[in-house]
Design a protein around this ligand. Structure first.
Ligand code: NIG
Ligand code: FE
Length: 412
């Protein structure tokens, strides 16, 4: 991106907002915009914008690039608040096994699943992992992602987890979009601790969390709170240890069963709780009285054929829903946020406005980048998408999976 950029003749400048609070209830159904607009960016930040009628003209042409949008729609880039894009190899064979009748749980119990990814990741070098994750991040950005949260959790031993987190740090240095790192050592019990989950939890708390914090490698800590993985009590202990080291909690909660992840996350002030297929009415009430963002991952739900989370009840209760991709090799091998928005509309019957807000403003809150991403405001990162002529945000759902982005603009 040039140092100074002016975009003129924008048909609609979407998601123009001053305040950066999470959107809930009726607010979810509004996407504020300026018609016939211009926008100026300076040094990667949005410097100013307005309507063409009030366009002040150009006083300083020095280093300025001018772009004519020709009536196209301009929007803030998507925010992907939940991914696992640092991984080695593929699990396409497991997908084929599922197509032939095996379940995700059966495959995991037979040594597939997360543990399969862990074996592959341990054998890969930092350079190889960086190369694979970079390729995926480029693909995601080409599909409109302009900020990303990335989890560890396929290492499951100290050195391999640190290796993953260092790759995430290098992605942050290499790419012109905000990257947040989450330590997910509690993704599964590794083979060395088979039958000794408590030993692994202790190792996580005493060795791994302090080492991650000492190198300042993570922003958040996450736990897969699920039958066969980590219980509610384990989750509590691990998140509390993370908090003592300055890591704010996130939780993989109520994905395959009701395991108490939401209750624990809310009690410990989690920034988000994610998945939520089995969320109960009680959970919804707890979320209502909290600052925790409920994140839906329709890609993983679709790919695994799980039931819908109670989305209508969540909306009725005024929860600030967010959507992420969950891009990972096992349960969602796609990081296309436009497609996730489409799934939100088609599977959850979200309005295009609610799905769009869930993938932008609310997703930014779910990963702590709301002061720079997710909306058009003065000082925001100029991470922008220009749509092809004739398309608008509902087109992401209507033309699901199609390429409707003409241009991506990133601030670096
Ligand atoms: O978010 N639910 C747990 N973890 C990932 C899946 C991980 C895997 O299968 O590799 C998820 O869906
Ligand atoms: Fe996940």
């Amino acid at each position: 991106m040039p140092r100074k950029l002016l975009i003129k003749n924008i048909g609609k400048l979407l998601q123009v907002r001053n305040s950066s609070k999470p959107l809930c209830g009726e607010e979810l159904n509004e996407v504020p915009f300026l018609a016939n607009a211009w926008l100026a960016a300076d040094d990667g930040k949005i410097a100013d914008f307005g309507t063409m009628e009030d366009f002040p003209g150009i006083s300083d042409w020095n280093g300025l690039e001018v772009m004519d949008a020709g009536g196209r729609v301009l929007m803030p880039a998507f925010v992907d608040c939940h991914t696992h894009i640092v991984f080695a190899g593929s699990r396409q064979d497991e997908f084929v096994m599922r197509l032939k009748g095996k379940t995700y749980e059966e495959i995991a119990a037979a040594g597939g699943g997360i543990l399969n990814s862990a074996l592959k990741l341990r054998a890969a070098s930092e350079e190889e992992l960086l190369e694979g994750a970079s390729l995926r991040l480029k693909q995601m950005m080409a599909h409109g992602t302009g900020a990303v949260e990335i989890k560890s959790g396929y290492g499951l031993d100290l050195n391999s987890e640190l290796k993953m987190l260092r790759v995430i740090r290098r992605l942050r240095e290499k790419f012109p979009i905000p990257v947040k790192a989450t330590f997910l050592g509690a993704h599964a019990v590794p083979p060395e601790y088979k039958g000794n989950k408590d030993g692994y939890v202790e190792h996580l708390i005493k060795e791994m969390i302090p080492a991650v914090a000492a190198e300042n490698l993570a922003d958040f800590i996450d736990v897969f709170c699920e039958q066969g993985y980590f219980s509610k009590t384990d989750t509590e202990k691990i998140l509390e240890a993370g908090l003592r080291h300055g890591l704010r909690p996130k939780v993989h909660a109520e994905q395959l069963s009701h395991s108490g992840g939401i209750e624990t996350g809310v009690r410990l002030g989690a920034i988000s709780v994610d998945h939520l297929e089995y969320a109960s009415e009680h959970d919804i009430n707890l979320l209502k009285n909290s600052h925790t963002i409920p994140v839906l991952l329709p890609g993983a739900q679709f790919f695994l054929g799980l039931k819908n989370p109670p989305v209508a009840e969540m909306i009725r209760s005024g929860l600030p829903l967010a959507i992420g991709s969950d891009f990972n090799p096992g349960s969602c091998p796609s990081g296309n946020m436009g497609l996730m928005m489409a799934l939100g509309c088609i599977m959850y019957k979200l309005s295009p406005e609610a799905a769009f807000n869930a993938c932008t403003v609310n997703a930014a809150h779910a990963m702590g980048v709301e002061k720079e991403c997710g909306a058009i405001f003065h000082g925001a990162r100029a991470n922008l998408l220009m749509l092809k002529s004739g398309y608008d945000y509902p087109s992401f759902a209507y033309h699901f999976g199609m390429e409707i982005i003409e241009n991506t603009i990133f601030s670096g």
